[in-house]
Design a protein around this ligand. Structure first.
Ligand code: 4GS
Length: 262
């Protein structure tokens, strides 16, 4: 995967590229990263990248010529790459898109600044317009890093464990189960007994069930979208029956019980 970032602040990306899994992926040639400085594609004496908006109003707009020059240079370096504009007007990035992008040969990530960029660039030079969420940043660089980070870890061989990425939250459509490590007792809070049992079948079952219930409780929006497996449906039905049993037992206490107990 070849990542090329088009930005007026190329130095912002160095700390990101110098740490952790991303750094290792670069060393192992799983990804190749570079930044193109928009200023290097200006033609005037002052190396101007922005200008005032036609029609008036506040703020500045990124000029089209340096952007066009930088994107063309990037495409020359990586002809098969797709161009991505980071912008709050784009489709909101998710794990499915990260997966899709991880199959591309390259990504040219174009970072906006100021009020945005000349609309003619958005129309003619961009394959995907992507937002990392419904909020406004001061620049697209952090958004570009978010995309590169999420994509890199999906490239085979970049993560430690063989199937770490398959086990993640969202890959299965559910949130991950809870994790614990030593000590067994942390400030009075114990690790769930089953995890200490050594019974791998029971541990798998506990992880599956906690992942299912926490997805339902914490992210009902994701949960409703997810196509459920046979096992998931069976578990939910079992819980339904258990809950109905509890309610039924309460109703036998008399009419007060079900009308709020006043
Ligand atoms: C986002 C976002 C963003 C918009 C860049 C205003 C500077 C800023 N980019 N996802 N101009 N949200 N960009 O807020 O990607």
């Amino acid at each position: 995967m070849n990542f090329i970032v088009v930005t007026i602040f190329p130095e912002m990306l160095n700390p990101f590229w110098e740490h952790g899994i991303v750094r290792r992926a670069i060393q192992q040639n799983k990804i190749c990263v570079s930044a193109l400085n928009l200023r290097d594609f200006t033609e005037d004496r002052h190396r101007t990248t922005d200008d005032r908006p036609y029609g008036g109003g506040c703020g500045m707009v990124l000029k089209p010529e340096p952007l066009a020059g930088a994107i063309r240079a990037a495409k020359k370096l990586a002809p098969a790459a797709k161009t991505v504009l980071l912008s709050p007007q784009g489709r909101v990035f998710d794990q499915g898109m990260a997966r899709e992008f991880s199959f591309f040969e390259g990504l040219v990530l174009v970072c906006g600044r100021y009020e945005g960029m000349d609309e003619r660039i958005c129309n003619d030079f961009i394959d995907f317009e992507i937002s990392i969420g419904d909020y406004i940043l001061t620049g697209g660089e952090l958004a570009a890093m978010v995309i590169m980070d999420a994509v890199t870890r999906l490239i085979p061989g970049t993560l430690g464990g063989v199937d770490s990425a398959q086990m993640d939250s969202f890959s299965s459509g559910l949130l991950e189960h809870a994790h614990y490590t030593r000590p067994r007792n942390f400030e009075g809070a114990e690790v769930p007994e089953v995890l200490l049992s050594g019974n791998h079948k029971e541990i798998e079952k506990w992880r599956f069930e906690t992942s299912l219930i926490r997805s339902f409780l914490k992210r009902p929006d994701l949960f409703k979208k997810k196509p459920l497996s046979r096992q998931e449906i069976d578990t939910l039905k079992k819980w339904c029956r258990d809950i109905e049993e509890i309610i039924h037992a309460q109703s036998l206490r008399g009419p007060d019980a079900l009308s709020g107990g006043q």
